[in-house]
Design a protein around this ligand. Structure first.
Ligand SMILES: NC(=O)c1ccc[n+]([C@@H]2O[C@H](COP(=O)([O-])OP(=O)(O)OC[C@H]3O[C@@H](n4cnc5c(N)ncnc54)[C@H](O)[C@@H]3O)[C@@H](O)[C@H]2O)c1
Length: 289
């Protein structure tokens, strides 16, 4: 029996990357999944794949920056499957210029373009999930994909980092305010091992690979964690979407049943253990002796 047997799940930004992988995994473990994405075709293709593999899914267009579309996605889940157990508020997009626009030159429209998705979109997903879940005696579970950018700066990503930090705040507020309804809310902040589709145009097929795996595949090189990976933790394979999906799955499942208001820095490779003091990567205790 799968961990998600009988569970009804809505996933935002489910057509590619982390959302897509979680949809596949959770459907394989018994969930009925409503795959939503701003790129409608991606949602339909994935729902068809899940159904072809014997799972249960429907695909819908939902742009998380449009409240009515998020509300409609929850309504569709309830109409088709009768309830909503898990909302995976995962959709996100990169800021205009992908880090090339100086923060002091960002326009209001550019600020809103990304924050309507990574900040406001999380609120809409939580809001409409709550309105359904609070009618259910069992409550529900909301999981939010934040980002390392919600805790530390990514160069040139100021508007995105602000929105992701805001998402951490929303996770805590939703957890606090909705705990009374039996709704728990947690987040994960991927650092490494994330989707190479993220900086690519929406018409790109879902590649299902991390940046690190894609770079390796393109170069044909052999993975060397000492020269290729910036995190202190050295592991003999590149970080992958699976590493982040494992944490999302933990949060979405009953394995985390008594957790709420927590944001886990998933797949960080030890990055957050390190200060910016410029100690060389090859420093060793033996050199000091
Ligand atoms: N890839 C990264 O560099 C990275 C790193 C840390 C965190 N994240 C976060 O992880 C989450 C998942 O991203 P991913 O890495 O899987 O990237 P991805 O681009 O592969 O998948 C994101 C999906 O969200 C969809 N989307 C974009 N805007 C949307 C909107 N307005 N409404 C609904 N769907 C929308 C895209 O079409 C895409 O299918 C996002 O919240 C992202 O901010 C990504």
């Amino acid at each position: 029996m799968g961990r998600f047997e009988g569970k009804v799940i809505v996933i935002t930004g489910g057509g590619a990357g982390l959302g897509r992988l979680c949809a596949l995994r959770w459907a394989a473990e018994g969930a009925s999944v409503v795959v939503t994405d701003v790129v409608e075709q991606r949602a339909h293709v994935l729902a068809a794949l899940i159904n072809d593999e014997g799972g249960k899914a429907i695909g819908l267009k939902a742009d998380v920056s449009v409240e009515a579309e998020v509300e409609a996605a929850v309504a569709a889940a309830v109409a088709k499957y009768g309830r909503l157990d898990i909302m995976f508020a995962n959709a996100g997009k990169a800021p205009a210029g992908m880090g090339t626009i100086a923060l002091e030159d960002i326009t209001s429209d550019e600020w809103d373009d990304v924050n309507d998705v990574v900040y406001r979109g999380v609120f809409y997903a939580g809001k409409h999930a709550c309105r359904q879940m609070k009618t259910q005696p069992e409550g529900g579970n909301i999981v939010v994909t934040v980002s390392a950018g919600g805790h530390n700066a990514y160069p040139g990503f100021g508007p995105y980092c602000a929105g992701k930090a805001g998402a951490v705040g929303i996770v805590r507020s939703m957890a606090y305010d909705w705990g009374r309804y039996g709704i728990r809310v947690n987040g994960l902040s991927p650092t490494h091992g994330m989707s190479v589709n993220f900086p690519l145009p929406p018409e790109t097929p879902a590649l299902g690979m991390s940046y690190e795996e894609a770079a390796l595949a393109e170069s044909g090189a052999t993975w060397d964690p000492f020269t290729m990976f910036p995190g202190p933790l050295k592991v003999n394979r590149p970080p992958s979407l699976e590493d982040n999906a494992n944490v999302a799955t933990f949060l979405a499942s009953d394995d985390s049943a008594y957790m709420s208001g927590i944001v886990i820095q998933s797949c960080d490779g030890g990055s957050f253990s390190r200060t910016s003091i410029p100690i060389p990567e090859n420093w060793s205790l033996e050199d000091e002796a």
